[in-house]
Write a protein that binds this ligand. Structure first.
Ligand SMILES: Nc1ncnc2c1ncn2[C@@H]1O[C@H](COP(=O)(O)OP(=O)(O)O)[C@@H](O)[C@H]1O
Ligand SMILES: [Mg+2]
Length: 310
Protein backbone atom coordinates (compact mmCIF):
# COMPACT_ATOMS: atom_id res chain seq x y z
CA UNK A 1 0.00 0.00 0.00
CA UNK A 2 1.17 3.53 -0.78
CA UNK A 3 0.96 4.75 2.81
CA UNK A 4 3.31 2.09 4.17
CA UNK A 5 5.92 2.70 1.48
CA UNK A 6 5.73 6.48 1.92
CA UNK A 7 6.19 6.16 5.67
CA UNK A 8 9.12 3.75 5.29
CA UNK A 9 10.79 6.12 2.84
CA UNK A 10 10.48 9.23 4.94
CA UNK A 11 11.41 7.61 8.25
CA UNK A 12 14.45 6.04 6.60
CA UNK A 13 15.77 9.61 6.29
CA UNK A 14 15.70 9.87 10.08
CA UNK A 15 16.06 6.37 11.47
CA UNK A 16 18.47 3.69 10.27
CA UNK A 17 17.01 0.44 11.58
CA UNK A 18 14.76 -2.52 10.89
CA UNK A 19 11.82 -1.68 8.65
CA UNK A 20 9.51 -3.89 10.78
CA UNK A 21 9.69 -1.29 13.54
CA UNK A 22 8.20 1.31 11.22
CA UNK A 23 5.56 -1.12 9.93
CA UNK A 24 4.61 -2.08 13.47
CA UNK A 25 4.14 1.55 14.50
CA UNK A 26 1.78 1.99 11.58
CA UNK A 27 -0.07 -1.27 12.31
CA UNK A 28 -0.68 -0.14 15.90
CA UNK A 29 -1.91 3.29 14.78
CA UNK A 30 -4.33 1.72 12.28
CA UNK A 31 -5.49 -0.88 14.80
CA UNK A 32 -6.34 1.90 17.25
CA UNK A 33 -3.82 0.76 19.84
CA UNK A 34 -1.14 2.34 21.99
CA UNK A 35 2.55 1.54 21.66
CA UNK A 36 5.36 1.00 24.12
CA UNK A 37 8.80 1.48 22.55
CA UNK A 38 11.43 -0.28 24.64
CA UNK A 39 15.18 -0.02 24.35
CA UNK A 40 18.36 1.13 26.05
CA UNK A 41 19.18 4.86 25.99
CA UNK A 42 20.42 6.30 22.70
CA UNK A 43 18.83 3.90 20.19
CA UNK A 44 16.54 6.62 18.76
CA UNK A 45 13.29 5.83 20.59
CA UNK A 46 12.41 9.51 21.07
CA UNK A 47 13.60 10.45 17.59
CA UNK A 48 11.50 7.72 16.02
CA UNK A 49 8.37 8.49 18.05
CA UNK A 50 8.55 12.21 17.18
CA UNK A 51 9.10 11.56 13.47
CA UNK A 52 6.28 9.00 13.39
CA UNK A 53 3.93 11.39 15.18
CA UNK A 54 4.74 14.14 12.68
CA UNK A 55 4.03 11.72 9.82
CA UNK A 56 0.52 11.05 11.17
CA UNK A 57 -0.34 14.74 10.74
CA UNK A 58 -2.32 14.89 13.98
CA UNK A 59 -2.03 17.22 16.99
CA UNK A 60 0.96 16.05 18.99
CA UNK A 61 2.37 16.69 22.45
CA UNK A 62 5.26 15.27 24.40
CA UNK A 63 5.54 14.70 28.13
CA UNK A 64 8.93 13.87 29.61
CA UNK A 65 8.26 11.58 32.58
CA UNK A 66 10.38 12.38 35.64
CA UNK A 67 10.30 11.26 39.29
CA UNK A 68 8.53 14.49 40.35
CA UNK A 69 5.87 14.48 37.59
CA UNK A 70 2.35 14.67 39.05
CA UNK A 71 -0.89 13.24 37.58
CA UNK A 72 -2.17 16.81 37.03
CA UNK A 73 0.90 17.52 34.86
CA UNK A 74 -0.63 15.06 32.38
CA UNK A 75 -4.37 15.45 32.80
CA UNK A 76 -4.56 19.10 33.85
CA UNK A 77 -6.85 20.40 36.57
CA UNK A 78 -8.59 23.39 38.03
CA UNK A 79 -6.44 26.38 38.89
CA UNK A 80 -7.39 29.42 40.91
CA UNK A 81 -7.46 32.62 38.93
CA UNK A 82 -6.25 35.15 41.53
CA UNK A 83 -7.81 38.11 39.76
CA UNK A 84 -11.33 36.74 39.46
CA UNK A 85 -11.08 34.41 42.48
CA UNK A 86 -12.58 31.63 40.32
CA UNK A 87 -11.34 28.20 39.45
CA UNK A 88 -10.76 27.65 35.75
CA UNK A 89 -10.09 24.40 33.96
CA UNK A 90 -6.64 23.95 32.48
CA UNK A 91 -6.51 20.99 30.09
CA UNK A 92 -3.27 19.05 30.37
CA UNK A 93 -1.08 17.81 27.50
CA UNK A 94 -3.10 14.57 27.28
CA UNK A 95 -5.80 16.45 25.33
CA UNK A 96 -4.19 15.81 21.96
CA UNK A 97 -4.32 13.21 19.21
CA UNK A 98 -0.84 11.76 19.62
CA UNK A 99 0.85 11.84 23.02
CA UNK A 100 4.50 10.91 23.39
CA UNK A 101 5.01 9.75 26.98
CA UNK A 102 8.78 9.75 27.05
CA UNK A 103 10.60 7.50 29.55
CA UNK A 104 7.31 6.53 31.13
CA UNK A 105 8.94 4.33 33.76
CA UNK A 106 10.80 7.24 35.34
CA UNK A 107 7.60 8.54 36.97
CA UNK A 108 6.01 6.96 40.04
CA UNK A 109 3.02 4.63 39.82
CA UNK A 110 0.37 7.26 40.58
CA UNK A 111 1.40 9.40 37.62
CA UNK A 112 1.69 6.41 35.28
CA UNK A 113 -1.78 5.36 36.40
CA UNK A 114 -3.26 8.74 35.40
CA UNK A 115 -2.03 8.21 31.85
CA UNK A 116 -2.96 4.55 31.64
CA UNK A 117 -6.48 5.10 33.00
CA UNK A 118 -7.10 7.79 30.41
CA UNK A 119 -5.76 5.44 27.70
CA UNK A 120 -8.13 2.73 28.79
CA UNK A 121 -11.22 4.86 29.15
CA UNK A 122 -10.70 7.46 26.43
CA UNK A 123 -11.62 10.12 28.95
CA UNK A 124 -10.28 12.05 31.93
CA UNK A 125 -12.18 12.84 35.11
CA UNK A 126 -11.23 16.12 36.81
CA UNK A 127 -12.97 17.09 40.05
CA UNK A 128 -15.92 14.87 39.14
CA UNK A 129 -16.25 16.25 35.61
CA UNK A 130 -15.68 13.79 32.78
CA UNK A 131 -13.93 15.11 29.70
CA UNK A 132 -13.60 12.93 26.59
CA UNK A 133 -10.19 12.70 24.92
CA UNK A 134 -9.86 13.62 21.24
CA UNK A 135 -10.51 10.91 18.65
CA UNK A 136 -8.21 9.50 17.35
CA UNK A 137 -6.09 9.27 20.51
CA UNK A 138 -2.79 7.42 20.39
CA UNK A 139 -0.10 7.08 23.06
CA UNK A 140 3.48 6.38 22.08
CA UNK A 141 5.37 5.65 25.29
CA UNK A 142 9.07 4.94 25.57
CA UNK A 143 10.84 3.08 28.34
CA UNK A 144 14.21 1.63 29.21
CA UNK A 145 14.46 -2.07 29.97
CA UNK A 146 13.51 -2.95 33.52
CA UNK A 147 16.96 -3.89 34.73
CA UNK A 148 17.99 -0.25 34.82
CA UNK A 149 18.13 1.58 38.15
CA UNK A 150 15.85 4.41 39.20
CA UNK A 151 12.87 3.21 37.21
CA UNK A 152 9.36 2.25 38.24
CA UNK A 153 8.27 -0.83 36.27
CA UNK A 154 4.73 -0.64 34.90
CA UNK A 155 2.39 -3.05 36.72
CA UNK A 156 1.13 -6.02 34.65
CA UNK A 157 -2.41 -4.65 34.56
CA UNK A 158 -1.08 -1.52 32.90
CA UNK A 159 1.27 -2.95 30.29
CA UNK A 160 -1.72 -4.97 29.08
CA UNK A 161 -3.23 -1.68 27.86
CA UNK A 162 -0.55 -1.25 25.25
CA UNK A 163 -1.49 -2.97 22.02
CA UNK A 164 2.17 -3.62 21.27
CA UNK A 165 5.56 -3.41 22.78
CA UNK A 166 8.09 -2.72 20.06
CA UNK A 167 11.68 -3.52 20.97
CA UNK A 168 14.12 -0.97 19.56
CA UNK A 169 17.41 -2.84 19.23
CA UNK A 170 20.98 -1.68 18.74
CA UNK A 171 21.55 -0.99 15.04
CA UNK A 172 23.46 -3.49 12.93
CA UNK A 173 26.96 -2.44 11.88
CA UNK A 174 25.66 -1.32 8.47
CA UNK A 175 22.77 0.58 10.07
CA UNK A 176 25.09 2.33 12.50
CA UNK A 177 27.26 3.42 9.58
CA UNK A 178 24.16 4.62 7.72
CA UNK A 179 23.16 6.57 10.83
CA UNK A 180 26.42 8.52 10.74
CA UNK A 181 25.71 9.39 7.10
CA UNK A 182 22.19 10.59 7.98
CA UNK A 183 23.59 12.83 10.68
CA UNK A 184 26.26 14.17 8.36
CA UNK A 185 23.61 15.94 6.30
CA UNK A 186 22.87 19.55 7.05
CA UNK A 187 19.15 19.97 7.72
CA UNK A 188 16.89 17.20 8.97
CA UNK A 189 13.45 18.79 9.04
CA UNK A 190 10.61 16.87 10.63
CA UNK A 191 8.91 14.63 8.05
CA UNK A 192 5.78 15.81 6.22
CA UNK A 193 2.30 14.69 7.29
CA UNK A 194 0.96 11.65 5.41
CA UNK A 195 -2.41 11.58 7.19
CA UNK A 196 -4.70 13.79 9.24
CA UNK A 197 -7.13 12.92 12.05
CA UNK A 198 -10.10 12.33 9.73
CA UNK A 199 -8.07 10.13 7.38
CA UNK A 200 -6.68 8.11 10.30
CA UNK A 201 -10.20 7.54 11.62
CA UNK A 202 -11.37 6.45 8.18
CA UNK A 203 -8.47 3.99 7.89
CA UNK A 204 -9.30 2.60 11.32
CA UNK A 205 -12.88 1.98 10.17
CA UNK A 206 -11.58 0.14 7.08
CA UNK A 207 -9.35 -2.00 9.30
CA UNK A 208 -12.33 -2.91 11.50
CA UNK A 209 -14.11 -4.28 8.42
CA UNK A 210 -11.30 -6.69 7.42
CA UNK A 211 -12.42 -10.31 7.38
CA UNK A 212 -11.07 -12.76 9.95
CA UNK A 213 -11.95 -16.37 9.18
CA UNK A 214 -13.18 -18.91 11.74
CA UNK A 215 -9.88 -20.76 11.47
CA UNK A 216 -7.86 -17.64 12.24
CA UNK A 217 -10.04 -16.76 15.20
CA UNK A 218 -9.61 -20.30 16.51
CA UNK A 219 -5.85 -19.93 16.04
CA UNK A 220 -5.72 -16.65 18.02
CA UNK A 221 -7.74 -18.14 20.87
CA UNK A 222 -5.57 -21.27 20.91
CA UNK A 223 -2.38 -19.20 21.15
CA UNK A 224 -3.75 -17.08 24.00
CA UNK A 225 -4.99 -20.13 25.90
CA UNK A 226 -1.74 -22.03 25.40
CA UNK A 227 0.18 -19.10 26.92
CA UNK A 228 -1.85 -19.46 30.13
CA UNK A 229 -1.02 -23.12 30.69
CA UNK A 230 2.67 -22.90 29.80
CA UNK A 231 4.53 -24.21 32.88
CA UNK A 232 7.05 -21.35 32.75
CA UNK A 233 4.34 -18.69 32.73
CA UNK A 234 2.72 -17.24 35.86
CA UNK A 235 0.48 -14.77 34.00
CA UNK A 236 -0.49 -15.53 30.41
CA UNK A 237 -2.14 -13.54 27.65
CA UNK A 238 -5.47 -12.00 28.68
CA UNK A 239 -8.63 -12.04 26.56
CA UNK A 240 -7.76 -8.39 25.87
CA UNK A 241 -4.51 -9.70 24.40
CA UNK A 242 -6.37 -12.05 22.06
CA UNK A 243 -8.51 -9.15 20.85
CA UNK A 244 -5.39 -7.06 20.36
CA UNK A 245 -3.82 -9.79 18.25
CA UNK A 246 -6.89 -9.94 16.02
CA UNK A 247 -6.97 -6.16 15.60
CA UNK A 248 -3.27 -5.99 14.80
CA UNK A 249 -3.59 -8.83 12.26
CA UNK A 250 -6.42 -6.93 10.54
CA UNK A 251 -4.30 -3.78 10.32
CA UNK A 252 -1.39 -5.78 8.85
CA UNK A 253 -3.73 -7.24 6.22
CA UNK A 254 -4.98 -3.77 5.36
CA UNK A 255 -1.43 -2.45 4.87
CA UNK A 256 -0.82 -5.41 2.59
CA UNK A 257 -3.91 -4.38 0.55
CA UNK A 258 -5.83 -7.54 1.50
CA UNK A 259 -9.38 -7.57 2.85
CA UNK A 260 -8.78 -10.76 4.81
CA UNK A 261 -6.18 -11.88 7.37
CA UNK A 262 -3.67 -14.69 6.92
CA UNK A 263 -2.20 -16.97 9.59
CA UNK A 264 1.12 -15.27 8.84
CA UNK A 265 -0.32 -11.91 9.97
CA UNK A 266 -0.99 -13.51 13.34
CA UNK A 267 2.43 -15.19 13.48
CA UNK A 268 4.31 -12.03 12.58
CA UNK A 269 2.57 -10.02 15.29
CA UNK A 270 2.39 -12.56 18.14
CA UNK A 271 5.73 -11.38 19.51
CA UNK A 272 5.09 -7.60 19.73
CA UNK A 273 1.44 -8.04 20.78
CA UNK A 274 1.80 -10.81 23.35
CA UNK A 275 5.32 -10.91 24.80
CA UNK A 276 5.01 -7.88 27.10
CA UNK A 277 1.89 -9.29 28.71
CA UNK A 278 3.46 -12.54 29.92
CA UNK A 279 4.99 -12.89 33.37
CA UNK A 280 7.30 -15.82 33.96
CA UNK A 281 7.82 -17.80 37.15
CA UNK A 282 11.03 -16.59 38.84
CA UNK A 283 12.70 -20.00 38.34
CA UNK A 284 12.01 -19.89 34.60
CA UNK A 285 13.39 -16.35 34.36
CA UNK A 286 16.48 -17.44 36.31
CA UNK A 287 17.03 -20.22 33.81
CA UNK A 288 17.21 -17.52 31.16
CA UNK A 289 13.79 -18.05 29.60
CA UNK A 290 12.21 -14.91 28.16
CA UNK A 291 8.63 -14.07 27.15
CA UNK A 292 9.91 -13.81 23.57
CA UNK A 293 11.21 -17.39 23.71
CA UNK A 294 7.90 -18.58 25.17
CA UNK A 295 6.02 -17.00 22.23
CA UNK A 296 8.41 -18.68 19.78
CA UNK A 297 7.62 -21.98 21.48
CA UNK A 298 3.86 -21.35 21.31
CA UNK A 299 4.07 -20.61 17.58
CA UNK A 300 5.88 -23.92 17.08
CA UNK A 301 3.51 -25.90 19.27
CA UNK A 302 0.07 -24.50 18.42
CA UNK A 303 -1.15 -25.67 15.02
CA UNK A 304 -3.16 -23.52 12.65
CA UNK A 305 -6.05 -25.68 11.41
CA UNK A 306 -7.33 -24.01 8.29
CA UNK A 307 -6.46 -23.40 4.66
CA UNK A 308 -3.01 -21.78 4.43
CA UNK A 309 -4.27 -18.85 2.35
CA UNK A 310 -7.12 -17.74 4.61
N1 LIG B 1 19.40 3.84 14.33
C1 LIG B 1 19.52 5.18 14.35
N2 LIG B 1 19.25 5.89 13.24
C2 LIG B 1 19.34 7.25 13.24
N3 LIG B 1 19.72 7.96 14.30
C3 LIG B 1 19.99 7.31 15.45
C4 LIG B 1 19.91 5.89 15.52
N4 LIG B 1 20.23 5.51 16.79
C5 LIG B 1 20.50 6.63 17.45
N5 LIG B 1 20.38 7.72 16.66
C6 LIG B 1 20.61 9.12 17.06
O1 LIG B 1 21.10 9.11 18.38
C7 LIG B 1 20.58 10.21 19.12
C8 LIG B 1 19.84 9.71 20.34
O2 LIG B 1 18.52 9.33 19.97
P1 LIG B 1 17.27 9.41 20.96
O3 LIG B 1 16.07 9.37 20.11
O4 LIG B 1 17.41 10.55 21.90
O5 LIG B 1 17.44 8.03 21.75
P2 LIG B 1 16.59 7.42 22.95
O6 LIG B 1 15.31 8.18 23.04
O7 LIG B 1 16.41 5.98 22.58
O8 LIG B 1 17.45 7.56 24.16
C9 LIG B 1 19.72 11.00 18.17
O9 LIG B 1 20.49 12.04 17.62
C10 LIG B 1 19.36 9.97 17.10
O10 LIG B 1 19.08 10.58 15.88
MG1 LIG C 1 14.62 9.30 24.61
Amino acid sequence: MVLREALRAQLAQIYAGPVEIIDRLLIAALAGGHVLLEGVPGVAKTTLAKAFAASLGCAFSRVQFTPDLLPADITGGYILNLRTQEFTLRRGPIFTHVLLGDEINRAPAKTQAALLEAMQEGQVTLEGETLPLPDPFLVLATQNPMEQEGVYPLPEAQVDRFLMKIAVPYPSEAQERAMLDLHGRAARPSPPALLDPARLKALRAEVEAIHVSEAIRDYIVALARASRVDPAVSLGASPRAALALMRAAKAAAHLDARDFTLPDDVRALAQPVLAHRLSLHPEAALEGLTPEAIIEGLLDAVPYRGPADR
